[in-house]
Design a protein around this ligand. Structure first.
Ligand code: PCO
Length: 193
């Protein structure tokens, strides 16, 4: 059993969440549980959440606050950070990327990232407008995350939602799913040693 935490942020590429989820769940070699974490702006791109099931749960910032009332209650971002074997952030918007690179933690997703045990895999898939992608800060922020051992699945070139053509689109869902499958395989090998 592998626990995958899938984070989606405020990039239009969050519309790919159902496909991504299906791809992750469709692997037949290892049983996978997925917890999805949406940022507030990420929620904007999801009309409904028809994919909640026994193996999939979806969390939003609302849950962070509603699940804690008194001392002794579980703190959701800590629980989720401990629960996950792998953290995949797809898409990672320019804003959330900047937050992570600078250690900000002002929502459920960034709090999980701030509490992340850096010996566990964290994979991020940036997605943003070409101009934002080409800004000097983007490389600086990505390099910062890479220096911590996190893995980046690079953006690809496409005609984006805003009509601009260039780098900035999230990697293809198949590429991301394949990458996750390989990490799971490696993890299993490691576990068996
Ligand atoms: C555009 N911003 C974006 C974000 C990145 N776009 C993408 C792709 C999707 C469709 O194939 C949305 C997944 O275009 O990752 O488009 C302008 S501000």
């Amino acid at each position: 059993m592998v626990n995958v935490l899938l984070g989606c942020t405020g990039s239009v590429a969050t519309i790919k969440l159902p496909l991504l989820l299906q791809g992750i769940l469709d692997q037949n070699e290892t049983e996978v549980k997925v917890n999805v974490v949406l940022t507030r702006r990420g929620e904007h791109f999801i009309n409904s959440l028809p994919f909640s099931s026994e193996n999939v749960k979806v969390f939003t910032d609302e849950d962070e606050w509603s699940s804690w009332e008194k001392r002794g209650d579980p703190v959701l971002h800590i629980e989720l950070a401990k629960w996950a074997d792998i953290f995949v952030i797809a898409p990672l918007s320019a804003n959330s990327l900047a937050k992570l690179a600078n250690g900000l933690c002002d929502n459920l997703l960034t709090c999980i990232a701030r509490a992340w045990d850096q010996s566990k895999p964290l994979i991020f898939c940036p997605a943003m407008n070409t101009k934002m992608y080409e800004h000097v800060l983007t490389k600086e922020h990505i390099d910062k995350l890479l220096s911590w051992g996190y893995k980046c699945i690079p953006v690809i070139e496409k005609t984006l939602m805003c009509g601009d053509t260039g780098l900035g689109a999230m990697a293809e869902v198949d590429t991301i799913v394949e990458y996750i499958k390989n990490v799971i395989k490696e993890k299993k090998l490691y576990k068996n040693v």
